[in-house]
Design a protein around this ligand. Sequence first.
Ligand code: FES
Ligand SMILES: [Fe+2]
Length: 467
Amino acid sequence: MAEADPSATFDIPFPVDNPERIPAKRYYDETFFAAENERLWPHVWQMACRLELIENVGDWVEYSNLDRSVIIVQTKNGVKAFHNACRHRGVPIAKPGGQGNCKSAGFICPFHGWRWNIEGENTFVYGRHFFSEEQLAQAEVDLVPCRVETAIGCAFINFDDDAASLRESIGPVLDDLEARGMDKQRAEWWYSTTLPANWKVAMEAFMEGYHVMKTHPQLQKMLPQLYNSMYGQDTGGIGVPINPNLTVRENIHAQYEHMKLLNDGMAGMIHEKEVEIAGQLLEVDLPEDPEQAVMMWYGIVQHQVVEQLRARGEDLPDLNTVAQTNPVKAVEFIFPHYFLLPTMSSASAYRIRPLGPEECLFEIWSLTNFAPDDEHKAVAEPTVLPCDSDQFPTIPRQDYGNIPMQQKGLHAAGFEFMRLGKGIEGMISNYNRVIDAHLRGEDAEKLNVATHKLAHNFDGEIQEMDF
Ligand code: FES
Ligand SMILES: [Fe+2]
């Protein structure tokens, strides 16, 4: 048979031909879903696990997405990953969502009991004499390695042996996040839920803040100037959001109350310990100009967050300096399915995996730093909740209200495409066009350049793509 031409591109169903219009069928059509399963997921870096789950030598976790599964394990020589299939008759060695420590017992296949050590080398075949020698050559029975790299406190896997490295694929945003100390954060809690929606509908609910006014009215009400200046008025840019009818001190109190709402609503995005520190600073001396006062107050709060948390033993960078050297947006996306909301010392993180064309698995972590003597143990597994559970913090619960509704609406007769605000919902267009480029089989170098444009683009514009 002739070799496939690697430069050949595929026709794809329902492509984004007009960057401001995203065809609705991309969110429920079976052929589109199959194209993603075949040509997107097997070639991209996927956030497979947080590193605190595999801190000790021998710790392993199973990660799967659709019909592909890997085992990620901590070895003496760093993190490794293996395709989760026994070399005998293909049975997965680890169960979905499984985890454990293999340092003493290694891995054991549940079917006929073949074994492997932590490095994936086969150490035992029951009844060897039944097999031809060549079937049991060492390389034939060792577990098959899978690409794995670490960054921002996570192990990322890629099923494609020819893919560019994680950092080449994702770009400098990983360095920016690590400059904020995100590689040292750990989960303080972890929730998961199943949403009746396409994975992209769930991702896109977090790609703009334009929905705050109607979906998160408590935030809008507390700082209307902030949200109106970003989303409601043509101000030609984001000013410092002050209320001209309030005194300087009242403005500072409104900012503080807004921080409390974000903490209550999102946990790690603004951490409780940051709210507590901000609360000590409500009466600090500030300039009379309210805009300058608000800006200066945030600088003082951030400085005190660093000082006080360092004094408690946390290993934090100087966040005011990092805000200049490695600025990040309110939401940063790691293509295709992980994103973070870094504000000060802590963050919220989300990962979304498809379960079917109209169902996805949605996880949220609250991440923060812990002092070395902190008793906090790694959160071993997610708390699984129904998507309407009131255990979810307020803000994602409000977002979960929209996601299943939108999925239904996308099916409406006559609804052919979503129409995007090119100046504020550009991320959704950029994301979908990078997905299309994967499905078409575009050149790897072009894909990397385009993927880098997805960084620092929350609330951003539609970008030119070179394909
Ligand atoms: S399938 Fe694993 S030992 Fe037989
Ligand atoms: Fe939201």
